[in-house]
Design a protein around this ligand. Structure first.
Ligand code: BGC
Length: 918
């Protein structure tokens, strides 16, 4: 131990409640606590914790826990610790802190104080009613957005605090006294509004004033009444508002301003707003200070709301997921003028959100912004792949009096685009030809669900780094409220297959725990009474797509990922009965445990390598059943675990009977068929080698190309690596000709394409009916980059008994896969993942004939390190032999690899660079 090494842990840090920092408006009756251990010592681990919860911060400061004191609990659990005190009360803010003891019994100081505040937990808490404006004229057309207002005076003394509980059927932006409430967008998000409607709570203490106030809101159709994939006005005919402002004065008296028949509405400048079509804004119809006290709303245009409906409070749910926010801004890199007066701005990056427009001109002039992902050969926008989505915003200038520039941003739409066509600009006629508008005319505003970045991956090959960037941009663009297939064409649905394929990668790149907690509610809501999970969620009234293998299976797979990555036992508990019904649905709809072809997607978008649908369906049935056995074991349901294990073994035999020949060929012999059979453990040991050989032979025959579609791709690289053919996986990764990951990269892609052949040199654009340039599914290779190439993987050993809570990277497998490629191999890789327990890092590099590997394991976690070195005696750590290194144990070499157990800490390993195995 060095002299300045601490002798006790520091105060716990990164306190979270329900995955969030100081959450406001919590709906969870028994919230869970998380913290990280601050202890840099090798092998540092938590031996015990104590949590205390109080009604006020000063209580804790005086060592009083007037709500709950867990007492000292001897465990290494530092995540998902469930609140165990008396029932929590609506609206109440609770303050909490934690301290820990290390394994030797030394205690840390108390952490800083964090808090959580409850939302409206009882149905009777809701006083507000749904209000809205009846559509005028032809409601098959888009309608202007209603502006709603209610002026009121406070009745009490000075204001101590104010909260706004806000929801809509549709989308809403709220204002108090002219100030926007919150900084989030697309409130209250997308759910099946007939089953669940989210609300969000805002601290508006600073916006409400003693005396006169105005509470205002602007509504739009959004997903509720606007265009979604399955039509228009799918959940309801027009948007409605539900708002409840609760003001508490310093004497504790509460005044509630709720939506009711006293509200007024008017049409304003938003003439139409649609998620697919765009927004039309006429600034000449600006409503002035409509939301500021003193505004005269007696003009005839301000009418009393014409619809008031009671609120069915049982549908209302506090939103558990992160809100959508503006995340970053992008400046254009170029502007062209392919036709006179038609300017195309290039943002240099395919992105999702909208543009801010800066413009000068006369009142009444209209500027049009159209958005697209790619260009036609003539430099104009290519929009055919958007299908009916128009992605067009229009702004009509009000003509600022002093000739100032006007600024416009839409609010109730989003677009997927890299290029923006701007027309209608008022450029001086006498400018020399070729004069273009300033690049400052527009700025790209990137919006998505606000998820903390948790992963980084970088290596010596810039093309693979670009691929990683494309994967992250695919996630940014498609994690907007729900995980969507694409953000641009008239689709944008929460396709379950796409989500389960990409989820492991998503979990590395960003903290998606809260995001998926919300989406799993959508998955649960959508399940049919017969047990079928749907192929997209949220669902709605006209269910049409259910039960496809690899899609419906997301109902089992995604909760399992929540366990693997976040140790989220509650996600498993909540979904368990539903998963059981899904397995039963698959069983009933199979014949002798073979799930027939029911006409769905198969290995969607594979390349000249069809895989029989019944094979895929049966393989996924087996896979979900095996996961059920593991899930039952985690939930201490031993009987169920045995039952599902037996069922899995029967499906496995059925699979072999139906699809595997005596010599071990898997029917159809596609890459996907072999990958599924291997990855899901469906073959006898002797046949695994045959399948692995045939899989690599197929890749050879295709000259180092893959052929998998959405279903095969997820497991392709991990399976090759597992069967000891990491060299072949590397070969696929380096491939630049079609089909491959780097084909799109070397052709300028900045996001992941829907199809391997979205555009090819020979054929140009693929079928525009299905050709998105921002679909994340093939980006699932990110999982392999993190887990295999960088070697940061959760330990999959079954988690029962004393280790029951160690999923979620409390136990890590570090097994980097060096690149044996003969030509231009990757020579270094650096990656990190901010896990629930803290930062895990690996950095490997070739240094002459040495492999050097730096590893960081956070406190209260441990790792199994596996190095490609046959002789443990040739491995050093910080230049010392392994037996002299603290916190390293169980060193074993098997003639191929050296394994060892690592406690928390930072390590510097070196060993000879592995010799080629072939
Ligand atoms: C979507 C896919 C989805 C699929 C089902 C498509 O239209 O874009 O990503 O999974 O339908 O096959």
């Amino acid at each position: 131990m060095s002299q300045d090494e601490p002798t006790a842990p520091g105060a716990p840090r990164s306190l979270r409640c329900e995955y969030r920092e100081n959450p406001l408006g919590l709906g969870e009756a028994r919230p869970r606590f998380f913290w990280q251990i601050d202890d840099p010592r090798r092998g540092a681990a938590q031996g015990a914790y104590q949590i205390r919860v109080a009604s006020a911060a000063h209580e804790l400061a005086h060592d009083r826990a007037d709500v709950w004191d867990s007492g000292r609990v001897d465990t290494n659990q530092s995540a998902h610790v469930v609140y165990g005190g008396p029932a929590l009360r609506s609206r109440q803010r609770y303050y909490w802190q934690v301290r820990t003891w290390d394994a030797a019994g030394q205690s840390s100081p108390w952490s800083d104080i964090a808090w959580f505040e409850m939302g409206l937990l009882r149905r009777g808490d809701w006083k507000a009613q749904w209000i809205g404006r009846k559509p005028r004229g032809d409601n098959t057309q888009l309608q202007p957005s209603p502006y709603l207002r209610r002026a009121f005076a406070t009745t009490g003394a000075n204001i101590r605090q104010a909260r706004l509980h806000l929801s809509a059927r549709g989308l809403v932006e709220a204002y108090i006294n002219g100030h926007r409430v919150g900084d989030d967008h697309f409130v209250p998000g997308w759910t099946d509004y007939h089953q669940r409607i989210q609300y969000r709570t805002y601290d508006v203490t600073a916006l409400v004033q003693r005396g006169d106030n105005v509470l205002g809101a602007v509504l739009a159709d959004g997903w509720y009444a606007g265009h979604i994939h399955r039509g228009f006005r799918v959940y309801g005919p027009f948007p409605m508002l539900l708002a409840q402002l609760e003001i508490e004065d310093e004497r504790g008296r509460r005044q509630t301003i709720a939506t009711d028949e006293t509200w007024q509405w008017a049409e304003g400048p938003i003439r139409s707003a649609s998620l697919f079509m765009g927004e039309t804004y006429d600034a000449t119809r600006d409503l002035g200070d409509w939301c500021v006290p003193g505004f005269d709303a007696s003009a005839t245009m301000w009418q009393v709301v014409d619809v008031v409906e009671p609120c069915d409070a049982k549908l209302l749910a506090a939103a558990p997921g992160p809100p959508v926010r503006r995340i970053m801004e992008i400046r254009p890199v170029a502007v062209t003028e392919p036709k006179p007066g038609v300017f195309i701005f290039d943002l240099g990056q395919n992105m999702v959100g909208w543009c801010r427009l800066y413009v000068k001109g006369q009142a009444g002039r209209t500027i049009t912004l159209r958005h697209a992902e790619v260009l036609e050969p003539d430099g104009m926008l290519y929009t055919t792949n958007l299908r009916t989505a128009r992605q067009t915003d229009q702004y009509t200038l009000k003509g600022a009096a002093n000739g100032d520039r006007e600024v416009y941003e839409p609010r109730f739409t989003f677009h997927g685009f890299r290029y923006v066509e701007v027309t209608g600009l008022d450029l001086p006629a006498d400018l020399p030809p070729g004069r273009k508008p300033d690049l400052e005319t527009i700025t790209g505003v990137v919006l998505h669900s606000d998820m903390p970045v948790t992963g980084r991956f970088e290596c010596s090959d810039p093309r693979i780094n670009q691929l990683q960037s494309n994967i992250v941009w695919g996630q940014r663009g498609n994690f907007l409220e729900v995980p969507t297939d694409c953000p641009q064409r008239d689709e944008r649905m929460g396709w379950t297959g796409d989500a389960q394929v990409f989820m492991p990668t998503a979990c590395f790149n960003m903290d998606v725990a809260a995001f998926f907690t919300k989406w799993l509610d959508d998955v649960a809501d959508a399940q049919l009474p017969n047990g079928a999970f749907t192929n997209y969620c949220p669902n709605g009234p006209n269910i049409e797509s259910i039960g496809a293998a690899a899609w419906g299976d997301a109902g089992v797979i995604c909760p399992w990922r929540m366990w693997e990555h976040y140790a989220d036992r509650r996600a498993l508990e909540k979904m368990y009965p539903r998963m059981a019904r899904w397995i039963e649905f698959c069983r009933i709809h199979s014949s002798d445990l073979v799930r027939p072809d029911i006409g769905y997607f198969g290995d969607w978008l594979s390349i000249e390598a069809p895989t029989a649908h019944d094979l895929i369906n049966t393989a996924y049935f087996a896979h979900s059943t095996k996961l059920m056995a593991d899930i039952a074991a985690v939930l201490d349901k031993a009987r169920d675990a045995r039952k599902y294990q037996r069922l899995f073994e029967r499906i496995r035999r059925a699979f072999q009977r139906e699809f595997v020949t005596r010599s071990g060929r898997v029917s159809g012999e596609s890459q996907t068929a072999f990958v599924l059979a291997l990855a899901f453990d469906l073959l006898e040991p002797a046949h695994r080698d045959v399948a692995a050989r045939m899989l690599t032979a197929d890749i050879d025959r295709r000259k180092g190309h893959l052929s998998t579609g959405f279903v095969g791709v997820r497991d392709l690289q991990p399976t090759l690596t597992d069967v000891g053919r990491g060299d072949v996986a590397w070969r696929l990764m380096h491939q630049t000709s079609f089909p491959s990951w780097l084909y799109a990269v070397t052709h300028g892609a900045t996001t992941i394409w829907e199809r391997w052949d979205g555009w090819t040199h020979d054929r140009g654009f693929q079928n525009p009916g299905m050709n998105s340039f921002n679909h994340y599914a093939y980006g699932c290779v990110g999982q392999w980059l993190y887990q295999s190439v960088a070697g940061i993987a959760p330990d999959p050993r079954p988690s029962t008994g004393p280790d029951a809570n160690v999923a979620g990277y409390q136990r890590v497998i570090v097994r980097p896969l060096v690149d044996p490629s003969p030509k231009d191999p990757v020579t270094w890789v650096k990656a990190s993942y901010e896990s629930l327990h803290g930062l895990i890092e690996t950095h490997w590099r070739r240094d002459g004939e040495q492999l050097r590997l730096d590893v960081r394991i956070p406190a209260n976690a441990a790792a199994t390190l596996i190095l490609p070195c046959p002789d443990a005696g040739r491995v050093t750590e910080s230049d010392h032999p392994l037996d002299a290194a603290p916190a390293i144990s169980d060193v074993q070499a098997d003639g191929r690899e050296t394994r060892m157990a690592l406690g928390a800490g930072c390590y510097r390993f070196a060993c000879p660079w592995p010799e080629k195995s072939e």
